[in-house]
Design a protein around this ligand. Structure first.
Ligand SMILES: C[S@@+](CC[C@H](N)C(=O)[O-])C[C@H]1O[C@@H](n2cnc3c(N)ncnc32)[C@H](O)[C@@H]1O
Length: 395
């Protein structure tokens, strides 16, 4: 390093030193400023407290074209059925199930309105795509039958202008005449726990990766409330498809806020015990347990398929009633026994008293006799004395 460079370096160092405030000998040092929690940070922390991630499928489906759950869930579970998806997020999986599996109807609900709006837009686009595809097929047919085309190039069919060239009225007619089969789909913003009144019933209810958020926000009570509402909203023999997040995935989230920490600490019904709760206390039958492999281990979760069984519920209620009846009977017997033993004791005491009073009476009699005897004895003694006196006199 040449001299000029060295001098430059020195100058720079001095300049930096000059910028630092120097502390005088007797001057009090200011306390160090720690990084405070800014409002922005706080808001960010509380942004997704319901698991309402706006880009959920972006990171759940990383490096994958399809949601692996779609391949695992059998289509026959949904075909021609009225379905409900609780916590549908932006409707990605909800719509896949609805359109690919030909449901009769699908209601998707989510607590987050912005996600519901996204789901509605997604559905509108999907419908448009299906209609356009249908019209393309119609054009293809027309070109073949009316204009003698033997082969219609794909590039020709996907041409948007061509579709737009056709009058709206004609499009409508094409669709109405053929009646495209489209499921009835509705998305609405709703907190599932808000209203427990059952206004509509379903044949299939999906609850995928939602339980953790219910658990952390509303505790065990919230989870039980949700299971009860799901049970009541299902038709008899209806299916409840549940994908619970495992307990270990709660650990990180419980630190999000003090309410989460509180509910986590007091948890008595961890996800690992949902199965026992649903089958032993609620009247569900476990039909199958599906293992869903996922490239990211965080999302390798099981899916449980439960059936609402009325007979089982009635049987459980009957068993409970007969158990309570048995307990009542035992209690009555115990009571009777204790009552009996009390009466017996009193009787014994009475008998003892009677015996004592009889003995007392006998004693009294004896005393009376003795007194009589004593009196006789005294008389005799008197007589003897008189006799003695008489004898003396005679002498
Ligand atoms: C992690 S995402 C799962 C999305 C989707 N079910 C899936 O598995 O692909 C959880 C969703 O549940 C929603 N959610 C949480 N609590 C809810 C509640 N009480 N009622 C309705 N939706 C809720 C969130 O807004 C979020 O979109």
């Amino acid at each position: 390093m040449n001299q000029e460079n060295q001098q430059n370096q020195r100058n720079k160092r001095n300049k930096r030193k000059d910028q630092k405030p120097r502390i005088q000998k007797n001057q009090k040092q200011q306390p160090k400023k720690f990084k405070t929690k800014t409002k922005k940070n706080q808001n960010k922390k509380n942004e997704f407290i319901f698991g309402n991630y706006s880009r959920y499928y972006g990171y759940r489906l990383v490096n994958q074209e399809k949601d692996p759950r779609i391949n695992i869930l059998p289509s026959k579970l949904f075909e021609g059925k009225n379905c409900l998806d609780i916590g549908c997020n932006s409707g990605f999986l909800t719509l896949k199930i609805a359109y690919n599996y030909n449901v009769k109807s699908m209601v998707g609900i989510d607590i987050d309105n912005s996600l519901i709006n996204k789901a509605k837009i997604r559905n509108r686009k999907k419908k448009e795509k299906i209609k356009n595809k249908f019209i393309q097929e119609k054009i293809k047919e027309k070109l073949k039958t009316e204009y003698g085309f033997t082969k219609v190039p794909l590039s020709f069919l996907v041409n948007k202008d061509l579709i737009e060239m056709i009058e709206e009225d004609e499009k409508k007619k094409m669709i109405e005449n053929e009646e495209i089969q489209m499921p009835n789909i509705e998305f609405r913003q709703e907190n599932f726990l808000d209203n427990l009144e059952i206004k509509e019933k379903f044949e299939v209810i999906l609850c995928l990766s939602v339980t953790k958020w219910i658990h952390l926000n509303w505790g065990d009570l919230g989870i039980k409330k949700m299971f009860r509402k799901i049970y009541d909203s299902l038709e008899v023999n209806g299916l409840f498809i549940l994908e619970p997040q495992p307990l270990k995935s709660y650990i990180k989230r419980k630190k999000m806020n003090s309410k989460f920490a509180h509910h986590f600490k007091r948890m008595k019904l961890p996800p690992e015990e949902f199965e026992t709760f649903l089958t032993k206390e609620m009247g569900f039958i476990l039909k199958s347990k599906l293992d869903v492999p996922h490239p990211s281990t965080g999302f390798s979760r099981n899916i449980y398929i439960y059936e609402k069984s009325k007979e089982l519920k009635e049987l459980q209620e009957l068993q409970q009633e007969s158990k309570e009846l048995k307990e009542l009977k035992e209690l009555q017997e115990e009571l009777q026994e204790s009552k009996d033993s009390k009466e017996l004791k009193e009787l014994q005491e009475l008998q003892e008293l009677q015996q004592e009073s009889k003995e007392l009476k006998d004693l009294k009699e004896e005393l009376k006799d003795l007194k009589e005897e004593l009196k006789d004895f005294k008389d005799l003694k008197e007589q003897l004395k008189d006799f003695k006196d008489l004898k003396e006199q005679l002498k």
